[in-house]
Structures are given as C-alpha cells and as structure tokens.
Design a protein. Structure first.
Length: 58
C-alpha cells in the first residue's frame, strides 16, 4: 500500500508494507506545481497592492 505525502514543496511516497519513505517524482506532482504557481501569483499581486498603497499615502 502506498501513501502520498506532501511536505512543503516536496512530494514523498510512503510504502507501508516495506516501511520505506521515498521522494516522489515532481512530474506527477500536479497539485504541488499548481499551488506553487498560484502562491507566486498571489505574492506578486500583494506586492503590487502594497506598492500602490505606499504611493497613495505619500
């Protein structure tokens, strides 16, 4: 039995019967890739909002 575990940006696979923890392949980590891209877009948008707010307060 295999379990997929996400640890931050890494995906890992735990093999229950063998008690082995392996680093998972990134090409199969669609959710992790989507989450990283979305986080980067959100950080860029937040930086833009902070910049505009700082300009407005001057």
């Amino acid at each position: 039995m295999l379990f997929k575990i996400w640890d931050g940006g890494k995906s890992m696979i735990f093999h229950l019967t063998k008690s082995i923890l392996l680093e998972g392949p990134d090409e199969n980590d669609v959710l992790g890739k989507w989450t990283r891209e979305r986080k980067q877009r959100a950080e860029a948008d937040n930086a833009e909002v902070r910049r505009k707010k700082a300009e407005g307060e001057k």
